[in-house]
Design a protein around this ligand. Structure first.
Ligand code: ADP
Ligand code: MG
Length: 710
């Protein structure tokens, strides 16, 4: 967890808080080497997992806890039990064997006696004496018909009032790495908590915030995180630590938003609904109410000098593209350049294919830029960008590269935002003047993520689908029925004018074996069930010319069934397709499956989606079941977040989440809301952290923030 964290780029640059001077009376961070029990070797091991200072150690929390407070009577011990017992040493000694030595001890309580053994630790002999009181904790085994404890954790009780560390209480179990041993690390932690915390940890949370939210003071919380008295106080401690994570995060987020709002400037668009009248006339349909509302909200934002930073969320098929097109058109009407950025070449080309004739009929210039655009054409596009004439640039992230020097870039629209990392978005924001930014996603963002990861974005939501859409029916198909389904599809596309997708989604386009499987299956279908039906195959490795050819023939209806890997997942729009088969459906997350399914049901005909898959886990089964029950993207997003956790929610490229190490975005929603509230109020009172009593908080935030820097 720690090393990962170090590599994570900052979710955003700290502005207000970072620039503040550190308060003078700040304690120097003390090296973890000063802790008794941490020698050079252990220090090195700790360094490898990102622990350098005493404070780092304080925040190096147990991975779990074990309750060793209940002493079992020896008479009750049965093989297989995890027990803690307390007794007197009745005998002890080392038994030297040929290859190793065994240290043995016989311990008795008032109900009986038991033997405990340790292999290869003869030195233990000197740590115990007959007559000592000990607490042992471990698993009961059966050896030669006798119960015994094998290498239990131990602790000698010298005086009744001794505070035990390893047994006889709720015990912390730390995440280990090579060079760290549970027992010695725990010992060192006790040292940290007893001797260092009081001197080195300073309370940074204002008293009134603590009392309003019934939070423990920091010292108590940290002590309890490591050595809890009982489960209830552990909960209290966790609450404090989680609150801190949310509160500092929200302070960064909100103060960054304020910073942008007050400093950066974008070029404002003229707000005049007549500017869109030709656009509306050219559309083959009327905008839905939601689309109208979205156009209005976005127009309001871009007509200000404050840079727009807006997320347009909407179900697949809800018609986000036309909303984006309206804004791109509006930019041109304002004599500004604009860019529409798609995550894949296929999607960029598809947007271009549709939008170019549309915009040109309206007298607006367009240009395409992707990785496959040839050298000559590329330099022409670069020149166009530099010349500054109002043009709608459509392309992939090639458009975001520095070589493209836009003269008057007023608006950037990013399609299918979940495919872009936060880092890419951040890079874009470095352009000056800052273009207004609209990001679009079909993966609805659950509320907690909306308030954290995406908390710097305003939201516009399209809930309504364009009129006349039929619900997609989704079925989870048993393996022995798969063939029937394929035959049914074959007959439908042969007899009626219908089309189908068969998806062999591959997780990484680079996975050769997956690609092979898709290719083989394509051949098998072509020779088998679909013999005589025009089939096409597309995947990420296909040469552009070939791919274009297949796509054109599919769109024209010549190819009836398109076998594809995940390239279809993003945005392909062919309203004539009514069937979708997803093979290996169990390998995908809910949101991804929902995305894929969104490729059908785009016309007026009833559509069906068949999930082929045999999940082995309960979660896997649950995912497929949820899909057969609902088409609602927001429900699916919440379920997905709950099932997979936020780290996986958007795939591996998502960043920023490791900030939350104890907090959980699925479990701690109410604390998040409370913390956000407090953060907002705090910034009302002291937006620049200028009050001296807020120095420690500012320093704490600055420090937490630097832990993100790569
Ligand atoms: P998505 O939100 O998934 O990007 P698209 O923008 O691709 O959806 O739109 C899906 C389809 O719906 C397109 O064929 C588009 O032309 C059509 N569409 C969009 N808005 C409307 C509308 N108001 N009435 C009818 N059809 C619409
Ligand atoms: Mg789209």
């Amino acid at each position: 967890m720690w090393p990962d964290r170090a590599r994570v780029p900052p979710p955003f640059a700290m502005t207000n808080v970072e620039e503040k001077k550190q308060p003078q009376k700040r304690l120097e961070p003390r090296s973890a080497q000063f802790v008794r029990g941490i020698g050079p070797r252990r220090f090195e091991a700790l360094n490898r997992i990102g622990v350098h200072t005493v404070k780092n150690l304080c925040y190096f929390f147990p991975r779990r806890y074990e309750d060793r407070t209940r002493f079992e009577s020896v008479a009750n011990l049965k093989p297989g039990m995890e027990v803690t017992l307390r007794g007197e040493i009745l005998a002890q000694g080392v038994k030297p064997l040929k290859k190793f030595a065994i240290f043995e001890m016989v311990v008795g309580d008032s109900t009986g006696t038991i033997q405990a053994v340790w292999f290869n630790q003869p030195y233990l002999k000197n740590q115990f004496r007959v007559g000592d009181q000990v607490i042992l904790s471990g698993k009961v085994e059966c050896y030669h018909n006798q119960v015994q404890l094998n290498s239990p954790e131990y602790e000698r009780i010298e005086r009744a009032e001794d505070d035990p560390i390893h047994v006889g209480r709720i015990i912390p179990i730390y995440p280990l790495t090579e060079g760290l041993v549970q027992r010695s690390l725990r010992q060192a932690m006790k040292e940290v908590i007893d001797r260092h915390v009081p001197n080195e940890i300073e309370e940074f949370l204002p008293e009134e915030i603590r009392s309003r939210n019934s939070l423990l003071d920091l010292t108590t919380a940290l002590r309890t995180m490591h050595f809890p008295e009982d489960w209830r106080s552990l909960e209290q401690a966790q609450k404090r630590i989680i609150f801190d994570e949310f509160f500092t995060f929200e302070l960064m987020l909100l103060s960054k938003i304020r910073g942008i709002r007050s400093r950066e400037k974008s070029m404002p668009f003229e707000k005049n609904s007549a500017l869109l009248s030709n656009f509306r006339k050219a559309l083959p349909f009327e905008l839905t109410n939601d689309q109208e509302q979205a156009v209005k909200e976005i127009t309001d934002s871009v007509s200000q000098t404050i840079p727009m930073n807006r997320l347009l969320q909407g179900e697949v098929g809800s018609g986000k593209t036309v909303v984006a097109a309206a804004m791109l058109y509006l930019a041109a009407q304002n004599r500004l350049q604009s860019a529409l950025v798609a995550p894949t070449e296929i999607l960029a080309e598809q947007h271009f294919g549709k939008l170019k004739p549309f915009f040109e009929s309206l007298g607006v210039q367009t240009a395409l830029l992707t990785g496959s655009v040839e050298e000559n054409e590329r330099s022409r596009v670069y020149e166009q960008a530099q010349a500054g004439a109002p043009t709608v640039f459509i392309g992939t992230h090639a458009l975001l590269q520095e070589e493209v020097q836009f003269q008057r870039l007023g608006l950037v629209v990013i399609d299918e935002q979940h495919r872009f990392g936060v880092a890419q978005r951040a890079k874009l924001l470095l352009r000056r003047p800052r273009p207004h930014l609209l990001v679009m996603t079909a993966t609805p963002i659950p509320r907690t993520l909306g308030l954290t990861l995406y908390g710097d974005l305003d939201m516009t939501i399209l809930r309504q689908l364009p009129k006349g859409r039929k619900q997609i029916k989704t079925y989870w198909i048993d393996r022995d029925k798969e063939e029937d389904v394929l035959k049914h599809i074959r007959n439908s596309v042969a007899e009626k004018d219908e089309q189908a997708y068969i998806l062999f989604p591959i997780i990484e386009e680079t996975e050769r074996s997956d690609l092979q499987a898709a290719t083989q299956e394509f051949e098998r279908l072509q020779k088998g069930i679909f013999r005589g039906i025009p089939l096409g195959l597309v995947h990420g490795r296909l040469a552009k010319k070939e791919r274009d050819n297949v796509m054109t023939r599919f769109h024209s209806g010549e190819i009836k069934v398109l076998v594809a890997t995940s390239v279809v997942e993003v945005g392909i729009d062919n309203p004539n397709v009514t069937y979708m088969v997803i093979e290996n459906a169990e390998r995908f997350g809910l949101s991804q499956l929902h995305q894929m399914r969104g490729r059908i049901g785009r016309g007026t005909k009833e559509s069906m989606c068949f999930l082929f898959g045999n999940p082995t886990t309960e979660d896997g089964k649950k995912r497929l079941r949820i899909l057969t029950k609902t088409n609602d993207g927001f429900t699916i997003a919440e379920e997905d977040l709950a099932l997979r956790g936020p780290g996986d929610f958007f795939g591996t490229r998502q960043t920023g989440l490791p900030y939350f190490r104890v907090a959980s975005l699925t479990r701690d929603v109410s604390l998040l809301l409370a913390a956000r509230n407090e953060a907002a109020q705090f910034l009302e009172r002291d937006p620049d952290f200028s009050q001296p009593e807020h120095n420690l908080l500012a320093a704490e935030i600055a420090q937490r923030c630097t832990q993100f820097t790569p």
